[in-house]
Structure formats: structure tokens, C-alpha cells
Design a protein around this ligand. Structure first.
Ligand SMILES: *Cc1c(COP(=O)(O)O)cnc(C)c1O
Length: 389
């Protein structure tokens, strides 16, 4: 016995999937047939990759790979348990010390991913008696963290410190106020007004929680958005970040005061109820962070490439929106147009993904520049875009 076909389709979400397709919003997984890097093979095609967040090209750096291999040999493959149940090893603490130093904070705590760092930390730091103040374009992991916290979440207009101030003043009685923002916004590539937000945090007795996923390894000579803004770490500041982007590995972190770290060890559910990162990933993060600090030329190269692409795009009459980072959005007319642009680029040998709702409000082509691109890659991308736009 079997359900009739129309019932199966209903039970298995076939209708919902068709509806997504009918709106031009169907997503599909595209797996590589090669290493991560400036040149990849995707769906059998060799192309120049403008779709990764591997800003410093460290995911395929030989020394990072070697550190990872050696750690797997020494410490084994899986971590075997949560950090609280001896799933961590010497490497986990070593990475925490290193990232605390880089961020200028007294302590750091490593999570399984940036996503779980945000959902775990925000949900722990805020509860019913508190209020969260969140930029309207914040990353999904922040939005989910706010929801899980059960705190009231007040959403302020994108990068609008004036609106944030109004909202802060409107909540006089709450126990704790926490301002949460992406530093570099992951789709538009623009940067939060960190200095103004910090001033508001101080004036209003609030915590400033910075998601530096795209700032770490990119801004402030690699140290991140706080260093870029010329602000020293302070007790009211929490710097979240990831090892998965510029550092070419996997994992998230919270750099903060020791008390906050200790509190998170005792309360953050993704830390308590999820297995620790595998030693190979932790060793890769350590080596990548060391290289970032030892070889400042790498970050310089990233910014040279970013400037070169922005110039070339200018020559074809294409602006870079509000982007101030290696993330450059190219606006599309609609979701179909974004997909068409991405496909046409792929035929010409360039991979740049179309980003559509619900990830963004207005569909766009998202281009990310890395230190590993050659000048010629950037010039040829601009030429191809010139023909297509
Ligand atoms: C990618 C990203 C995350 C999640 O980090 P992962 O390590 O990939 O889980 C969090 N916040 C922002 C702003 C991001 O872009």
C-alpha cells in the first residue's frame, strides 16, 4: 500500500519546491571538482572563482594544509565529544590564545562554526529581561540568535546610528542592552559605522557585539573591524568572527572578557551540546592566523586586487554600490536576470553566484575578490561583465 501520488507530493514538499521554482528562486547545490582557490572546476567547467570568501587564498596554502595533516596524524580525526567532555585538545586552547591576542581581547572561545557562535552567544547573552538592537541587514545567524534569545529585538535601519539611538532611548527600563551588527555586510560589502555604534554603546550602557566574519583577515591589517576603526578592545565589546572565510578553515569564535567566555562555557548550547571541532580544522586555523600576521603582504595584495577590480568596473561604467570591501554587489533587474548573468559568466569562464531573496531583498550578482587572483583575472572579469551588462 502506498499513498496516492498527489498525497505523496504534498507530504514530500513537491508543491512548495515547484512554487519556489516558479518564482525563479530555486537554489541548487554546486559542488567543486577541485580545490578551493582562484581557479576551480565546477560542473565540469574550469573557471576563475569569484564566489569564495577565501580572501587570503589560505584554504589551499601548502603550509596550512601541512599543519592540518600533521594534526590529524597526531590527534586523530574526529574530536569525539563536546569541549566539556574532553573533546578539545591542546590545539583548541592554543587557537583561543592566538585569536584573543589578534583581537586584543583578554579571552576567546572557539565554536564549531560562525553560525553556532552567533546563535549560541547571542541566545546566551540576552534573555527576556534584555533588549537586542539589530541592523536590518544583519546575517541570518544573528537573526536566529536574536530569536532564540527570547529578548525583545529592535531592528534599526541599515547603518543608521540616528535610528539606533532613538531605539536605545526608547527602552530605558531594560536590564541589558546589546547592539548587534555585521562589521562588513556579507552581501552588500558595506561597512558598519563601528565608531558611532561604539559611542552609542558607551553613552547608553550597552554591549557592542560585532560580527567580524568578513572583517577578520580583511580589515585592520587582518585584525578586523575594531582595529580598522582604531578602537581598542574594551569590556563592553564582544568580537565574534569565523575561521571559515579569510582564514580558510572552519569554526567560529567569540573574543571578549574572561567572564563572558566563562559564562558562555556554562550556557551556550552549541558549545555544550555539539562536538568540538576536529583537530585538523583547528590546526589549519592556527597556521592560517599565523600566516596572516607574519605576512602582511597578503592582506595588502587583497586590497590591491580589490582596487584594481573596482577601477576596471568603473571603466565599463559599473559602480560598486556602497561596497568598501572585497565583496562587490552587481545589481540585477530581477531574480531571473541575476541567474542569467551568473550563467552567462560561467559560460565565459567566471564563477560568480546570483544571490536572490530571501538572502537579499534585491537580487544581485555577488563578486568576491581575493589575494590569490591574478591582475589578468580581474581585467577579464570586467571585460566579460562589460559585454553582458
Ligand atoms: C558566513 C557568516 C557567518 C557564519 O559563519 P560560518 O563560519 O560560515 O558558519 C556569520 N556571520 C556572517 C556575517 C557571515 O557572513
Amino acid at each position: 500500500m502506498r499513498h496516492p501520488e498527489h498525497v505523496i507530493k504534498y507530504l514530500m514538499f513537491g508543491k512548495e519546491l515547484e512554487d519556489i521554482g516558479a518564482r525563479g528562486l530555486l537554489r541548487k547545490l554546486r559542488d567543486r571538482g577541485s580545490r578551493q582557490g582562484p581557479r576551480i572546476r565546477i560542473e565540469g567547467l574550469d573557471c576563475v572563482n569569484f564566489g569564495s570568501n577565501d580572501y587570503l587564498g589560505l584554504a589551499s596554502n601548502p603550509s596550512v594544509i601541512e599543519a592540518s595533516v600533521r594534526a590529524a596524524e597526531k590527534w586523530g580525526s574526529g574530536a569525539g565529544a563536546s569541549r566539556l567532555l574532553a573533546g578539545g585538545c591542546d590545539l583548541h586552547a592554543q587557537l583561543e590564545n592566538l585569536i584573543a591576542t589578534i583581537k586584543g581581547a583578554p579571552a576567546a572561545l572557539v565554536f564549531g562554526s560562525g553560525y553556532s557562535a552567533n546563535t549560541g552567544a547571542i541566545a546566551s547573552l540576552a534573555s527576556e529581561s534584555d533588549a537586542l538592537f539589530s541592523d536590518e541587514l544583519n546575517h541570518a545567524s544573528i537573526i536566529d540568535g536574536c530569536r532564540l534569545s527570547r529578548a525583545e529585538t529592535l531592528v534599526y535601519r541599515h547603518r543608521d546610528a540616528g535610528h539606533l539611538e532613538e531605539l536605545l532611548l526608547s527602552r530605558k527600563g531594560v536590564r541589558r542592552k546589546i547592539i548587534v551588527t555585521d562589521t562588513v555586510f556579507s552581501m552588500e560589502g558595506d561597512i558598519a559605522p563601528v565608531e558611532e555604534l561604539n559611542d552609542l554603546a558607551i553613552a547608553n550602557g550597552a554591549v557592542l557585539y560585532l560580527d567580524d566574519a568578513h572583517g577578520t583577515g580583511v580589515l585592520g591589517r587582518g585584525r578586523g573591524a575594531l582595529a580598522h576603526a582604531g578602537i581598542a578592545h574594551a569590556p563592553h565589546i564582544v568580537q565574534m568572527g569565523t575561521f571559515s572565510k579569510a582564514l580558510g578553515s572552519l569554526g567560529g569564535f567569540i573574543a571578549s572578557e574572561g567572564d563572558i567566555s566563562g559564562f558562555l562555557v556554562n550556557t551556550a548550547r552549541p558549545l555544550i551540546f555539539s562536538t568540538a571541532l576536529p583537530p585538523a580544522a583547528v590546526a589549519a586555523s592556527i597556521r592560517a592566523a599565523e600566516i596572516m600576521m607574519e605576512e602582511p603582504g597578503l592582506v595588502d595584495r587583497l586590497w590591491e586586487n580589490r582596487a584594481r577590480l573596482a577601477d576596471s568596473l568603473g571603466r565599463i561604467g559599473q559602480g560598486t554600490g556602497n561596497s568598501e570591501s572585497p565583496i562587490i554587489p552587481i545589481r540585477a533587474k530581477d531574480a531571473y536576470d541575476a541567474t542569467r548573468l551568473s550563467e552567462a559568466l560561467l559560460e565565459r569562464g567566471f564563477y560568480a553566484p546570483a544571490i536572490r531573496p530571501p538572502a537579499v531583498r534585491e537580487p544581485l550578482l555577488r563578486i568576491t575578490v581575493t589575494a590569490a587572483h591574478e591582475a589578468d583575472d580581474l581585467d577579464r572579469l570586467a571585460d566579460a561583465l562589460g559585454e553582458l551588462l
